[in-house]
Design a protein around this ligand. Structure first.
Ligand code: ZN
Length: 672
């Protein structure tokens, strides 16, 4: 790896670190997408039973892949299969520019789980002509074309080119437009033959508004009008998507046998019942069991969960995440949280604004083992479920952060050239490479577990006193609490870090981000709007200005490029403490004018020339804005017909994984 220090080290820990870092996180980049890999640290230390459980749940996670393609657009499976057939059997020249563009298009279809962009939901256009696609089809295996019953090849070609090349046909998967019929004008496969008002009317008649524990209406069905009658086609065993659901159930039944405990067994069994019946009350029962299962080491999501794909936010796309608890990282948040009172007592804020009794929050940190459906390849970095309001209110929710995914992002960024472009010197680059990962995670832990919960309002002060300046100031308070303490020897005493270099890495990257690099996310000519970004600029600019006389933070130019450098970490820590005291005072006293002045002076405005320079430098790095992940694979080691072990391997070929998935986990007909 480019960032590895090649110097040989006799230190065992160093060797292990190198081993970990030699993993290639970046697989490839095309269009606006970048494909990464993630590791599953800790998998080898699991028991055989736990490994088996992860293996079965992972198989279940892959079996729903076709469902998502079909939910996104009812012709997606046909299109995908047609393109895959070309990829696998085209006999012509594959070295041409047009063929390369064909490959890019196919990869985009896989990446977005369909022909609409995964993020904007707009239909994307191929970089080759209609005639070229027809040529590709003609020189591929015609027997494997995904034809409808009794369909001629000619009418198939007519149809498929229309779906792909007509820019006006089904051009947006999810239309969010108050003036239009969002049901009729969205290309997703959630509704057919019905208008928005018909859908609304349909649910008005079935919903009971007085019900305090309503089911999630429409969550697991397609609404369709046939012969003048509107009906829900439920996604269940022997219903719509049955061939895929059957396989999911098959693997879940295997998982039941190796469940870690009774409670987890109940969770999986109730999920099977739900898939078998399609009954949404059973789904609620399952959700309650799931949210109450906090003792199992392994956890998973598998089902119709998130409703972003439906403009009416009723119907859920299918997704799956298999994970287990990251003991080490969770231990870190537990230590921090256990010592919450010490941190509160020693913070540099006025005693009147401190809590006499403070409780830290323990953040659960997990390691993802497999992603499926709507979580693949683009994945969340945190999960907060279930979605049902009354279930959350009565039974709580599970909120977790996914450390191996954030770690993959972090490591991938190290090889992107970003650091080389924006860091002040090689010392800083080394510091970040060595400690940046832990530093970032620790900052987040301190921010979430302690920062937001610290401090108190003076009696009579309203929590709304700071109005629109509340959010950036609240984020600043939590960040400053984290920044102040990450450099404290207490971190070493608690065994969380072994040297303050971790803190130095955080200080440098925080200031560089706040003064320079976060600007890449803002359009030229605009101000800083987002609360977290306002906070980071506020903190960084304030410290730069206050430390100017002593050159605590230096801003300098080299070859007409702007850089920042922290010269004095100790003094910077004192400045963080001073600003923390002031921001806490503002919050505790509800001093609106001082808060407003602080945010307006430091947090909002951007120097136009600097912004333009940063954007130009960033653009030259040619980084794709959207990241997705390929999955690890779990391979059972079988001896005498019995599973002896499960091995994890990390494929690094995106096309191979996609073709494998299409061969092994494709159960649905072309047209559902
Ligand atoms: Zn926050």
């Amino acid at each position: 790896m480019a960032w590895l220090n090649s110097a040989c080290s006799s230190n065992k820990n160093e060797d292990m670190r190198n081993e970990v870092e030699e993993f290639d996180y970046v697989v490839e980049q095309f269009a606006d997408c970048r494909v990464l890999r993630y590791r599953v640290p800790g998998f080898d230390s699991l028991s055989l039973q736990q490994k088996e459980l992860i293996y079965y749940l992972s198989e279940a996670a892959l079996c729903g892949r076709d469902i998502l393609f079909d939910q996104h657009y009812k012709h997606n499976l046909t299109i995908r299969r047609c393109l895959e057939n070309v990829y696998q059997s085209y006999s012509g020249d594959t070295s041409t520019e047009e063929y390369k563009n064909f490959l890019i298009y196919l990869k985009r279809v896989w990446f977005s789980n369909g022909i609409h962009h995964h993020y904007s939901t707009e239909k994307f256009m191929p970089g080759f002509s209609k005639d070229y696609l027809l040529l590709l089809i003609d020189h591929s295996d015609l027997k494997k074309l995904p034809l409808l019953k009794n369909e001629s090849i000619d009418s198939f070609k007519l149809r498929i080119t229309e779906y792909i090349f007509n820019p006006e046909l089904d051009k947006k998967r999810v239309l969010q437009d108050a003036d239009a019929d969002v049901v009729k004008n969205s290309a997703n496969n959630f509704y057919e033959g019905v208008s928005q008002s018909e859908v609304e009317q349909f649910y008005k008649t079935v919903k009971n508004e007085a019900d305090t524990s309503p089911i999630s209406y429409g969550l697991n069905s397609k609404l369709i009008k046939e012969n003048g009658v509107i009906n829900e086609k439920v996604w269940k065993l022997n219903g719509m998507y049955s061939p895929a659901i059957e396989k999911i159930i098959f693997w879940l039944k295997k998982a039941v046998v190796v469940a870690e405990n009774e409670q987890q067994k109940n969770v999986i069994e109730s999920l099977i019942k739900y898939y078998e019946s399609g009954d949404l009350e059973t789904f609620d029962k399952y959700s309650i069991l799931w949210v109450q299962d906090v003792n199992s080491h392994i956890d998973f999501i598998n089902g119709f969960i998130e409703v972003y794909g439906d403009p009416l936010a009723m119907r859920a796309t299918w997704e799956s995440v298999v994970n287990f608890k990251n003991i080490e990282a969770t231990r870190r948040t537990e230590i921090i949280s256990k010592n919450a009172q010490w941190f509160e007592d020693h913070s540099p804020v006025d005693t009147r604004f401190k809590k006499t009794e403070v409780k830290g929050v323990t953040a659960k940190v997990i390691t993802v083992a497999q992603l499926g459906g709507d979580c693949y390849p683009t994945t969340p970095i945190g999960i907060n479920l279930p979605n049902s309001d009354w279930v959350r209110k009565n039974y709580g929710s599970k909120s977790v952060s996914i450390q191996n995914i954030t770690e993959a992002y972090e490591k991938a960024s190290l090889s992107s050239g970003f650091l080389e472009e924006f860091a002040a010197d090689s010392i800083e680059i080394d510091l970040i490479r060595k400690h940046g990962g832990l530093a970032g995670n620790l900052h987040t832990d301190l921010h979430e577990c302690l920062g937001h919960g610290s401090g108190q309002l003076l009696p009579g002060v309203s929590s709304h006193a700071l109005k629109s300046f509340h959010s950036p100031l609240e984020e600043a308070r939590a960040d400053l609490f984290a920044l102040y303490y990450i450099m404290d020897n207490k971190m070493i005493d608690l065994g969380i870090i072994d040297k303050l270099d971790v803190a130095k890495a955080e200080y440098t990257s925080y200031i560089r981000n706040g003064l320079l690099t976060q600007l890449v996310r803002i359009e030229l000519g605009k101000n800083v709007e987002q609360a977290h970004m306002r906070n980071r600029q506020l903190v960084s600019k304030w410290c730069y200005e206050k430390g100017k006389a002593e050159n605590v933070i230096e801003v300098f130019k080299r070859e007409n490029k702007t850089f920042v450098k922290v010269n004095d970490f100790e003094k910077l820590r004192i400045l963080f403490g001073q600003l923390l005291a002031e921001v806490q005072r503002i919050k505790s006293e509800g001093d609106y004018n001082a808060g407003k002045a602080l945010v307006e002076k430091y947090g909002i405005e951007i120097d136009y020339d600097l912004h333009s320079e940063i954007l130009t430098r960033y653009k030259a790095l040619n980084l794709a804005p959207y990241n997705g992940f390929i999955n690890p694979e779990f391979v059972p080691v079988i001896e005498n017909g019995k599973i002896k072990d499960i091995q994890v391997i990390y494929p690094n070929d995106y096309i191979k994984q996609m073709i494998k998935y299409s061969e092994k986990y494709s159960f649905l007909p072309n047209y559902n």
